[in-house]
Design a protein around this ligand. Sequence first.
Ligand SMILES: NC(=O)c1ccc[n+]([C@@H]2O[C@H](COP(=O)([O-])OP(=O)(O)OC[C@H]3O[C@@H](n4cnc5c(N)ncnc54)[C@H](OP(=O)(O)O)[C@@H]3O)[C@@H](O)[C@H]2O)c1
Length: 256
Amino acid sequence: MAFANHKRALITGASAGLGREFALQIASQGTDVVLVARREDKLKELSQEIRKMGVMAECISCDLEKPSERARLRTVIESTGVDLLINNAGFGKIGRFNEIPMELQLGQIELNIKALVELTYYAVPAFRRNGFGTIVNIASTASFIPIPNFAVYAASKKFVRDFTEALAYELKGSGVRACAVCPGPTETEFFEVAGSADKFKIGMMKSPEAVSEALEGIARGEARIVLGASNKALAVASRIFPDKLNMNIAAMLTKP
Ligand SMILES: NC(=O)c1ccc[n+]([C@@H]2O[C@H](COP(=O)([O-])OP(=O)(O)OC[C@H]3O[C@@H](n4cnc5c(N)ncnc54)[C@H](OP(=O)(O)O)[C@@H]3O)[C@@H](O)[C@H]2O)c1
């Protein structure tokens, strides 16, 4: 019962993929959930499924790329008893830098970085006041090397991992924890949105196994969790091999 001590979790990007799975697995351990994403119908469907488990599920339809919309989450985080924040919403676009429309390049920064930092900014003092709480930020194995044709996405995830690990250090001894989760290719809507799936299909993890491994690591208090044996090996290899070789391999995988 890793999460039974958390009372209320706010999960962004809960309408699909990993976020949906986080919501289901956390709710199955008795923690109430606040589900955030743009597609309200998907959130409602999920909340009905979760309520059948006997826990509370609230839906907030919100476009986290819009500062005015995500500011609405401030009161929810500060004053409704949220003690677990999962910053999971994110997207990437595969393609040469200038061939991706600028609004999508900036959208990745707005969602993957700015929204995540903003919600974390609200959560830290609120959790500190209670001397308890956990912030989980979803990074990626893409955070370990610069990735040509996925440049903005990979750099955004490097930001997420570095930011979260530094925050975890700052929070030591406060009762509040921060954790960067690094999934590798996983079966979700991610590659459909990214615009290229084929080269990543072999060896993809499934969301349920990825999320249960993440939850085990979070419960152990780890500040960085790389999911899956092959992704752990890749993370180590990325530190051993020269950047140029890493980028050559990455460029082959992401070649449009
Ligand atoms: N799947 C992988 O291979 C993989 C690997 C490494 C890291 N990750 C990371 O894992 C996280 C979850 O991705 P996933 O694989 O589960 O992808 P997914 O299936 O595409 O789900 C993405 C979620 O983010 C939400 N979202 C997207 N734009 C949003 C916005 N503007 N405002 C609010 N919510 C928004 C989507 O909901 P709506 O469309 O309803 O808004 C959806 O619920 C992401 O941070 C991703 O970068 C994924």
